[in-house]
Design a protein around this ligand. Structure first.
Ligand code: BJ8
Length: 423
C-alpha cells in the first residue's frame, strides 16, 4: 500500500516517517488477532481488505470527493448525526483513536491521568499520522465528558471544530435544546458545503443511515446463535469499520456476510469449536485498532456475543423515524433518534441498565466483562450501578480497567478465573 499513496499522504501534510512506523506495527497485529482465526466466514475478506486499505484506498476516495467539491467531516462520538453530514454532500469519518501515539507530545496539552482515547486522539493529530483528520474540513464534537469538551478547545486551535451542546438529562427542555443544536449544525454544514439541506437530500441520507444500522442489527441478531457463527473479534472489526467506510457499500457487504452466516447456521457450521461461555463486553468504546480485550477473552476460551458499547450496539440501535415528510419534522426525528443513545454521560441513566439486562437475557450471556478505560469518569462510576443490577440478576461481571498499554497477561489471568466460575 505504502508506495502507491506516499504522494497523497505528503500532500495531506503527514509525517511520512512516523506514519511508516505505524504501518509497520499494524499488519502483524492484524494477522495475530484476525487472520489467525480458523474457519472465519469467507465474506470477512471484504472487511480485511478495507482494513488493509484503511489509510490508502479510503483516503483516496476522500481526496477525490473533495476534488469534486464535497466535504469531509470528522466525528468523535456516536451523537454526531451522520445523516446531516451526508445530506450536505459530505462524508463522515470517525476519528477516535485506539492506539497510543505520541503520548509525550499529547501530555504537553493534556494531563497524564486522562482517558487514553482522548490522549491518543490528540496524539494522532500532533504526530501527523492520521490521514482522516488531515482530510477533514470540519470536526464535530459534543459536550459529552469533561475530557472531550476540553480536548475540543485544544483541537479548535489546530482545525475548525463545531461543538454541539449535548444535554445531560432527557427531559422536554433537554430535547428542545438538542433539537436546536441539530439545527445549528445544519447551518454550519450548509455554510461549509455551500449546499442546502432540504427534504430530498435529508430523506435520502436518513434512508442510507437507517439501512446501515439495520444491517448491523441483522448481524447482531445472528450472533444469538449458540454456538456462535462469527467471532466477537470479527464483529468488533465490522463495528469499527462502520464509522469510516462508504455507507452504501458497507451496508451491502454486511448484508452479504449475514446471508453467509444464515447459511452457516442452517448447516451447523460454527466458529471456535463447541459451546464456550458467552460473554458480553460492556462499557467504553474500542476504537480502531484497540482489539486487546476482545483478543484476550476469545483466546482464553470464551465467545463474545455482544458489545454494549459505541463500537457495538450503542451505534446502531434505534432508527430515525422515516414518516415525517417536511424538513422540520425530519430534523426532529434525527434529533430524537440520537437522544435515545444511552451513554454514561447522561444522568440518571436507568435506560442503560435496562438495556444491559435485556441484552444479557436476549443473547443468553454467561458473564459480562466491563471495559472501563482508565480515568473515564462516566463509565468507571456507572460501573457501580451496572454491577448492582447484574448482581441482582445473578449475572457475574468482571470489571477491567485498562488503557492502551500491554496488560494482556494480567487481564488474561482474571478472565480465566471468571471463565472457571461460569463453565
Ligand atoms: S456516546 S461512550 S463515543 S462520549 S472513554 S472520551 S466517555 S472519558 S468515548 Fe464516548 Fe460518545 Fe459516550 Fe460513545 Fe470520555 Fe470515557 Fe474517554 Fe469516552
Amino acid at each position: 500500500m505504502a508506495d502507491d499513496y506516499r504522494k497523497m499522504w505528503e500532500e495531506l501534510g503527514m509525517d511520512l516517517d512516523a506514519h511508516d512506523g505505524l504501518l509497520e506495527i499494524l499488519p502483524p497485529l492484524f494477522g495475530d488477532v484476525f487472520l489467525s482465526q480458523e474457519g472465519r466466514p469467507a465474506r470477512m475478506s471484504y472487511f480485511d481488505y478495507v482494513f488493509s486499505e484503511v489509510h490508502g484506498l479510503r483516503i483516496q476516495e476522500l481526496v477525490n470527493h473533495k476534488k469534486n467539491g464535497g466535504i469531509v467531516v470528522g466525528t468523535y462520538c456516536t451523537y454526531a448525526p451522520e445523516e446531516l453530514i451526508m445530506a450536505a454532500g459530505g462524508i463522515s469519518v470517525g476519528l477516535c483513536a485506539g492506539a497510543e501515539v505520541a503520548p509525550q507530545e499529547a501530555m504537553k496539552f493534556l494531563p497524564a491521568n486522562l482517558c487514553p482515547l482522548i490522549k491518543s486522539s490528540l496524539g494522532f493529530k500532533l504526530a501527523r499520522v492520521c490521514p482522516y483528520i488531515e482530510s477533514c474540513d470540519l470536526l464535530i464534537g459534543e459536550t459529552t465528558c469533561d475530557g472531550k469538551k476540553k480536548f475540543y478547545e485544544i483541537l479548535g486551535d489546530m482545525q475548525p471544530v463545531h461543538v454541539m451542546e449535548l444535554p445531560q438529562k432527557k427531559g422536554e427542555g433537554d430535547r428542545a435544546l438538542w433539537r436546536s443544536e441539530v439545527r445549528a449544525l445544519v447551518t454550519r454544514l450548509e455554510e461549509l458545503s455551500g449546499k442546502k439541506i432540504d427534504e430530498a437530500s435529508l430523506s435520502e441520507a436518513i434512508k442510507i443511515a437507517n439501512k446501515k444500522r439495520l444491517a448491523l442489527s441483522r448481524l447482531a441478531e445472528l450472533r444469538k446463535a449458540d454456538p456462535p457463527v462469527i467471532s466477537g473479534r470479527d464483529a468488533l472489526l465490522i463495528n469499527q469499520i462502520a464509522f469510516n467506510d462508504d455507507p452504501r457499500r458497507f451496508t451491502g457487504k454486511v448484508n452479504e456476510l449475514c446471508d453467509e452466516l444464515e447459511k452457516r447456521i442452517a448447516q451447523g457450521k460454527t466458529i471456535g469449536g463447541p459451546a464456550r461461555p458467552r460473554i458480553m463486553v460492556s462499557g467504553c468504546p474500542m476504537a480502531l485498532p484497540n482489539w486487546k480485550l476482545a483478543q484476550v477473552i476469545e483466546t482464553s476460551g470464551a465467545a463474545i456475543v455482544m458489545e454494549e458499547m459505541c463500537t457495538g450496539i450503542r451505534y446502531f440501535r434505534n432508527q430515525v423515524d422515516e414518516s415525517p415528510t417536511d424538513l422540520e419534522g425530519m430534523l426532529d426525528a434525527v434529533a430524537d433518534r440520537y437522544l435515545k443513545i444511552d451513554c454514561a454521560v447522561f444522568t440518571p441513566n436507568a435506560e442503560r441498565i435496562e438495556n444491559i439486562l435485556g441484552l444479557v437475557r436476549d443473547y443468553e450471556v454467561d458473564a459480562v466483562v466491563y471495559h472501563a478505560l482508565q480515568a473515564c469518569d462516566p463509565y468507571t462510576i456507572e460501573a457501580y450501578k451496572v454491577q448492582k443490577a447484574l448482581d441482582e440478576a445473578g449475572m457475574p461481571m468482571l470489571y477491567v480497567e485498562t488503557d492502551y498499554g500491554d496488560d494482556s497477561g494480567q487481564i488474561a489471568t482474571r478472565v480465566q478465573a471468571l471463565l472457571e466460575m461460569v463453565r
